[in-house]
Design a protein. Sequence first.
Length: 157
Amino acid sequence: MTARMSAYKRILVAVDGSAASNKGLREALRLAKVERAKLCILHVVNDYVVVAAMGGVAPPRDLGPRLRESGERILAQAKALAARQRLKPAVVLREVLSGPAAESIVREASRQRADLIVLGTHGRRGVRRLMLGSDAEQVMRSARVPVLLVRANGASS
């Protein structure tokens, strides 16, 4: 019997609580189990995106703490799902005050020495992607390791 070499030893998956990121998480859990890889689950609290979406309206004073609490809940749910798969992931919450979450994802992948980044994606194209931006695309362009994009069911153009 020949020993199988693992393709991935450290996997980083970014989650935001959406159906797309949950699908990415499930794939990352499957890969981590098959590859016997260490898994890091990351959530990026991105105040900038929320403020920009508000069109210049002043955000509520408690926005930051509320976003962090939401991120902690998302990470707790992801960690519980991993535990049901008998995995013990590291969980990381990062906060971004300006700019896209993609930079934090790539930076965390480097910190964790990840050799794969997994992201769920909505699969938007055209004008919708231009309007909403694409963290997945930015991660793909700047990551120094492979990026696995897991497209959500029913993703539209």
